[in-house]
Design a protein around this ligand. Sequence first.
Ligand SMILES: *Cc1c(COP(=O)(O)O)cnc(C)c1O
Length: 361
Amino acid sequence: MGRVWNFSAGPAALPQAVLEQAQRELLDWNGSGASVMEQSHRGKRFIAMAERAEADLRELLDVPDDYAVLFLQGGATQHFAQIPMNLAAPGDSADYVVSGHWSEKAANEAMPYLRVNVAASSKADGYLHLPRRGAWRLDPAAAYVHYTPNETIHGVEFHDVPEVGDVPLVADMSSNILSGPLDVRRFGLIYAGAQKNIGPSGLVLMIVRRDLLERAGRPMARIFRYAEHAAAGSMLNTPNTWGWYLAGLTFGWLKAHGGLAAMGERNRAKAALLYAAIDGSDGYYRNPVDAASRSRMNVPFTLHDAALDAAFLVESEAAGLLALKGHKALGGMRASLYNAVPLEAVQALVGFMRDFARRHG
Ligand SMILES: *Cc1c(COP(=O)(O)O)cnc(C)c1O
């Protein structure tokens, strides 16, 4: 089988041009006679590549100088714990907005390190909409406010940045970073596992306002301290060199394709096409999320009869449409439409869905 249209939620599709470049360069990277994975992160070639990747990211997102960009490890999950360790002292409290699986997990993982105030939650409504803004109980004395702009499993997304006053806003952007324009200045800290919209798993991108790195926090090993990673240029220990390299290729690809404004427009069109097909199917397909809260990146949907799920998955795969099975918590289907998924993939999916509905009436 050749390349398929890949709707995986993560690790997810990468731009084909990025994979082809990595393939071309695999055995002899940059005239070095070895692959990028086989050489020192302290070498001239690697340092130049790493600096270019950071510069390209800063250009894409217009990251101000008073923010550090870090290339870390541990997955987003490790940073659910490490963020409270760094940004709060024992006894402090932080506000958590709970809008789905991942923000709930982030709140739970923070609990050993500070007092977690669930400032808002839509759990009682099955996470079918964003927590209603008027009902948030934000604490002006909180160490930070944490939220998850895009819930990868429940398919709900914030379409603007919440106003939280002077308290630093912390965002888990694992599944929507670089999916459109973003005003970094609105945030204290942004973090993202790479494997949705950036590159391979094992890399975490973090953008953090430098003054927050000075917070005392608590005694901890240097390896857990973001300030140490920033001071060492993310080379406190051996970084994920392959992940950093691929992230850099993706940043270059984004720049070559019109940057984040163009990407945001593409993503909007892709999501609109799929939601229109679902909503226009006379109930054959259904997405239960409140229309104003729907995600552009992750679209969960069900068939009108769950007995058809198995046939849908077998036939879609045979049609070259990969990884449409929904998360086990929700069942049904999920199509993830990250940056590397082209409009043609969504057109192929929508065509298949119409055809499937006709054949299975
Ligand atoms: C995938 C995902 C995570 C978990 O990432 P890991 O790298 O597996 O720890 C956390 N948050 C969000 C929003 C995600 O989509």
